[in-house]
Design a protein around this ligand. Sequence first.
Ligand code: RIB
Length: 303
Amino acid sequence: MPKVIVFGSMNMDLSIDAPRMPAAGETLDGSGFLTNAGGKGANQAVAAVRLGAPVHMIAAVGADAFGEELVAGLAGAGVDCSRVRRLAGVTTGVAVIVRCAGENRIVLEAGANHALGPDDVLSELRRVAEKGDAFLTQGECDPEATYAALRAAHELGLYTVFNPAPARPAPEGLWEAVDLVCLNETECQIVCGALPVDDETCLEAARRLRALGARAAVITLGAAGSFGLGPDEVPLRVPAAPAPRVVDTTGAGDTFIGALVAGHVRGMTLSESMSWGAAASALTVSRLGAQQAIPTAEEVEAT
Ligand code: RIB
């Protein structure tokens, strides 16, 4: 089976439940505080490996206790971490998360996630990549390194998947290096100027993403499921899977994207991978935390 190479963020998530969002200057009583492994890159890597794909991580953490814990957890999940650098003089990425009524608000300090530049990432990528592998990246690392890695992965013959989260306008020509872009409604509006709210606007947005140069686009719509459009221009509409309960939505989108990439290397169609991702992310939202909430393939198959 081809492998999945992830270049992405590793964060320690400091997460707390609030009865409502505090107003400016207000202090509220919270509950259910937890410190747990997160970061969009590492979450997606964990999802892909738990769903049966071999996964290699390219990333950086600080030489601190959070960094040690994150690398140990990722390796324990089965991700090859031999290309995760521990850097002195920089802190491990941290995300402060307030959970409220099934939604979350996140404030991020990138720290070591922005420490790897294009040369660092390309040298790691060239050592590990083989034609036919998949390459997955997001928007939480250094943008120049991210864009350079996407272009290099495309030139090396990898299947490239880009999750522009957080979203920012991409440089000229980047989208031609992207086989699949996966993003939510607000990211979609930033990237292509179209806000998808129903099937018609999803189709318009997905067509715009393909017109930019991406070969396929998947738009995630939260409780409304997902919408996809591939090179055959046939719209794919996949509903959300019923969640046993909604406890914490952190990492649900990452689980879906990990499933898309794992599905690809396991030989599934885009539509099959979207359905698999819907089932997997329904389990993630029913559990507390990010990586600790992501299910295995066996758990998904049992639903
Ligand atoms: O997508 C969820 C993730 O976003 C969290 O784990 C947090 O670390 C932020 O990166």
